[in-house]
Design a binder for this molecule. Structure first.
Ligand SMILES: [Fe+2]
Ligand SMILES: [Fe+2]
Length: 262
């Protein structure tokens, strides 16, 4: 795993979230859209606010491995980026005249689930949340007319897409070390947990989706498709690692860095 490329990426990208200037106009969304939307965004804000202390502790387990040198630093920066998302979403909640949450039931389940087994499982649960977040922020970006929500969701969508690649870089190298049965079991439980979570999230945020003109069932379907695409890419990476061909899975982040450097 090319951890240095990720360290460089996070170091450049995270500060943009705190420096982001948001439109100053007051929210003009109708109350029927504003109220469910701000409740949904407050839930995602809480989800992004974790300190990542146990994730960081788990990351220490892989630190001695040659191919994960620097991973701990990358995870620290990743957690810092999630916290910058939390701050950006807090500003959005304020703009929408909402109240920040300190507790919410789906968020509590996620936090408990994440630390049950090991680092791979912790990353996988995180990944489930990020796959759903990608669809959620993509939906807000395309369907919400509020300029602040649009700007914030566009940035979060881009960041979460990078996070998905970051997690894939890690997981492909870890899952490659599993035997065939272990891989099958890993994939089956990942799919099952993801499908259940999509159903719960689609139901929990149903009023928001309806206000945005999207059926909750369609949101769930999009999340399931996001999983399919993600797993396909992960399988491709595993084939590459199995055949010991030079992996190209980090080309995306390298390419982005080169483009920025240029
Ligand atoms: Fe995030
Ligand atoms: Fe993320």
């Amino acid at each position: 795993m090319n951890t240095q490329a990720w360290i460089t990426h996070f170091e450049r990208n995270t500060r943009l979230n705190d420096e982001m200037e948001l439109p100053t106009e007051a929210c003009t969304l109708p109350e029927s859209a504003r109220a469910p939307l701000v409740a949904s965004i407050a839930t995602f804000q809480l989800g992004e606010s974790g300190t990542g202390s146990r994730l960081r502790r788990y990351a220490r387990e892989v630190a001695p491995l040659e191919n994960f040198r620097g991973y701990q630093r990358a995870i620290d920066l990743f957690v810092a980026e999630e916290q910058s998302h939390s701050r950006l979403l807090a500003r959005t909640v304020e703009h929408l005249r909402g109240t920040l949450l300190t507790k919410q039931w789906t968020n509590s389940i996620f936090r408990r689930l994440r630390f049950l087994v090991n680092l791979e499982f912790a990353i996988q649960v995180l990944l489930t949340a990020e796959l759903i977040a990608e669809v959620f922020f993509g939906t807000l970006y395309l369907r919400c007319e509020d300029p602040v929500v649009k700007k914030v969701s566009h940035k979060l969508l881009r960041d979460e897409m990078k996070h998905l690649t970051f997690q894939r870089d890690f997981l492909s190298e870890r899952v490659a070390t599993f035997n065939p049965l272990g891989r099958w079991l890993w994939k089956a439980q990942f799919q099952a947990i993801h499908a259940i979570t999509c159903t719960v999230v689609a139901w929990d945020h149903r009023h928001t989706f309806r206000a945005l003109g999207l059926k909750p069932g369609d949101f769930r379907q999009r999340c399931l498709q996001a999983w399919e695409r993600y797993q396909e890419r992960l399988d491709e990476e595993l084939v590459k690692l199995d055949s010991k061909l030079p992996a190209s899975h980090s080309d995306e982040v390298h390419g982005a860095d080169h483009r920025r450097a240029g």
